[in-house]
Design a protein. Structure first.
Ligand code: NAP
Length: 474
C-alpha cells in the first residue's frame, strides 16, 4: 500500500512516503514497551503537565497543521483550524481531569478489609484511524491513553501521511516522551502483526466495517481488548412543531460539513408531513447556495471530497440508488472544476428494497423521508443497521428528549447541531461499533480496573466453604 499525499483540489501529488519496515516496527514496539515500564514510576501529575505542553505546541503550530490537513484531504481551511483547536481542547481537558477520572474507587463490600479499584495502564495500544479528521481522530485515543500510561502506535489512512506525521512530530517536539505516540506507515499485514505482538494490549479503530472486521478480528483472535468507531446513517428527525428557522439553518450544515464526510453527518432527514415541503425547499435552496472552490480560500463553502476514489464510489452508489427508484430532488450534476467536487444532492422516494435505504453515503448526499406520525419517524430511524448518532428537532426540548431516548443509537442531540467535546462520550451501537471514546468512558477504554482488598489480618470467623472471608462487623 502506498502512503501518498495528493491534494484533492489540484490533484497534485505532494509527497509519497516509504512503507515502514518490519525492523522499524520492532524498534517502535520496543521503545513503546520501554516507556510503558518507565511510566509505572512516573506520577500522573507529570504526564498532565506534558499533555498541557502538547496542547500549547498544537496551538502554536495551528496554521501549519491546518494547512497541511486541508492540502491532504481537502477540508475547508476554517474547519481545519477548528479541528486543530479542538485537539488542543481535548489534550487540556484530559490533562486537567485525567487524575480525577483515574483515581482509585472505593468499593462498599462485606469482604474483610477495604476494597478499591485501581485504574491502571495495560500496555501498548495500536490505533488505526481514518482521513476525515486527520488530527482529532488521533487525539481522541492519544490523550486519554497518555494520562493512563498506555503508549500508542498509530497507523493512519494512506492518503494523509503528511498531516499524520506532522501532528506526531509536533506532539513529540512539545515534550511527549519517545514512544508515547509513533506514526508508522504500516501495511495491513503489519497492523495484524503488531496486534498479535504480546507487548500490545489493545486496538482502537475508527473507520469502515471493512477495516473494523479486520482489526477487531485480529484483536479477537489474540484476545486483545478493542474499540470500534464505525460508520453511521444518522437520522435528523423533524417533528411538526419544530422551529423551522432553526431546522433549516442547521440541516444543510449537518449534511455538508466536511463535504459530508463525517460519521455523524445527518444522512437521513425524517420529516413530518406538515413541514416536509417547507423543509425540502429550504434544503434545496441552501444546497444550491454553496460555493465550491479552493478550500484554502475563506469564501469557499463547499470542499472537494478527499480522493478521486471516494468521489467515484459515491457516484456509483448514487447511480445505483437512482436505478432502484430513488428520485433526485436536487443535484447529481458535475461541478466544472478539476478537484474532486461532488454536487450536493437530495434524494427522495427511497424504498426499503433500495440499497440506499441501508447503506451509508459518505459524501454530500441527503436522503429525505416524509412521515405521518412520530412513531413512524422513530421506527424509520431505527430500521437501520447502524446506530451512531442523531438529531431530533421538536417544539418542546423535553418532548424531543423523549423521542431521542427511543432512537437506537449511541448519541442524540435535541434542537441542535451535534458537537464532539472531550467530556461527552462518543460511540455507537449495532454496525456503528462498540466502546466509547472521550469522557470518563474513553479514559477507561484500555485500563486494568484492578481490585485491591486490604485487610490488616485475615478474618476466618465467617468463612463460607473456604471461599469468602467476611467481616462480622458489617
Ligand atoms: P477505512 O477504509 O476502514 O479506513 C480507516 C482506517 O482503517 C485507515 O487507516 C485504513 O488504512 C485502515 N484499514 C482499512 N482496512 C484495513 C485492514 N484490513 N487492516 C488494517 N487497517 C485497515 O475507512 P474509510 O472508508 O476511509 O473511512 C470512512 C468510514 O469511517 C465511514 O464509514 C465513516 O462513517 C467511518 N467513521 C467513523 C467514525 C466514528 O467515530 N464512528 C469517525 C469517522 C469515520 P488505509 O487508508 O491504508 O486503507
Amino acid at each position: 500500500m502506498a502512503y501518498k499525499s495528493i491534494n484533492p483540489y489540484t490533484n497534485e501529488l505532494i509527497k509519497e512516503y516509504p512503507n515502514t519496515t518490519d525492523e522499524e516496527l520492532e524498534k517502535t514496539l520496543s521503545s513503546a514497551e520501554a516507556l510503558y515500564q518507565d511510566w509505572k514510576n512516573i506520577s500522573i501529575t507529570e504526564r498532565a503537565q506534558q499533555l498541557h505542553n502538547v496542547a500549547a505546541g498544537i496551538r502554536s503550530n495551528a496554521s501549519e497543521l491546518a494547512k497541511a490537513c486541508t492540502i491532504d484531504m481537502g477540508k475547508l481551511y476554517r474547519e481545519s483550524v477548528g479541528e486543530v483547536e479542538l485537539c488542543a481542547v481535548i489534550a487540556d481537558w484530559f490533562a486537567d481531569h485525567g487524575e480525577e477520572l483515574l483515581k482509585p474507587e472505593k468499593v462498599d463490600t462485606i469482604a474483610t478489609g477495604e476494597a478499591e479499584i485501581l485504574h491502571q495502564a495495560t500496555g501498548v495500544i495500536v490505533m488505526v484511524e481514518p482521513w476525515n479528521f486527520p488530527y482529532y481522530q488521533i487525539m481522541r485515543v492519544f490523550a486519554p491513553n497518555f494520562m493512563v500510561g498506555n503508549p500508542v502506535i498509530l497507523k493512519d489512512a494512506s492518503n494523509i501521511p503528511t498531516s499524520a506525521q506532522l501532528f506526531c512530530d509536533i506532539i513529540a517536539k512539545s515534550g511527549a516522551p519517545k514512544g508515547a505516540l509513533t506514526n508508522l506507515f504500516l501495511s495491513y499485514d503489519q497492523v495484524t502483526k503488531a496486534i498479535e505482538d504480546p507487548r500490545v494490549q489493545g486496538a482502537a479503530l475508527t473507520g469502515s466495517e471493512r477495516g473494523g472486521i479486520s482489526v477487531a478480528g485480529a484483536a479477537g483472535k489474540n484476545l486483545k481488548k478493542n474499540t470500534m468507531e464505525l460508520g453511521g446513517m444518522d437520522a435528523f428527525i423533524v417533528l411538526g412543531d419544530a422551529n423551522m428557522n432553526d431546522v433549516n439553518d442547521i440541516a444543510w450544515r449537518a449534511r455538508l460539513y466536511n463535504a459530508g464526510q463525517v460519521c455523524t453527518s445527518s444522512k437521513r432527514f425524517i420529516v413530518m408531513d406538515s413541514v416536509y415541503d417547507e423543509f425540502v425547499a429550504a434544503l434545496k435552496k441552501n444546497f444550491a447556495a454553496v460555493k465550491p472552490g479552493d478550500p484554502l480560500n475563506s469564501d469557499t463553502t463547499l470542499a472537494p471530497m478527499n480522493t478521486k476514489n471516494a468521489k467515484e464510489k459515491l457516484q456509483k452508489q448514487l447511480d445505483e440508488a437512482i436505478d432502484n427508484g430513488a428520485q433526485v430532488v436536487y443535484g447529481n450534476e458535475p461541478i466544472d472544476l478539476p478537484g474532486q467536487f461532488f454536487k450536493p444532492t437530495i434524494l427522495a422516494n427511497i424504498t426499503k428494497d433500495n440499497p440506499a435505504y441501508h447503506t451509508e453515503f459518505f459524501g454530500p448526499i441527503a436522503s429525505v423521508y416524509k412521515v405521518h406520525s412520530e412513531q413512524e419517524a422513530i421506527n424509520l430511524a431505527n430500521d437501520n443497521p447502524y446506530g451512531l448518532g442523531g438529531i431530533v428537532f421538536a417544539g418542546d426540548a423535553d418532548h424531543g428528549a423523549e423521542v431521542a431516548a427511543k432512537v437506537e443509537t449511541g448519541m442524540v442531540f435535541v434542537n441542535n447541531f451535534m458537537a464532539s467535546l472531550p467530556e461527552l462520550p462518543f460511540g455507537g451501537v449495532k454496525l456503528s461499533g462498540y466502546g466509547r471514546e472521550m469522557s470518563h468512558l474513553g479514559a477507561m477504554a484500555f485500563t486494568n480496573d484492578k481490585l485491591v482488598v486490604k485487610a490488616q489480618k485475615p478474618d476466618m470467623t465467617n468463612l463460607a466453604g473456604g471461599l469468602i472471608a467476611t467481616d462480622p462487623e458489617k
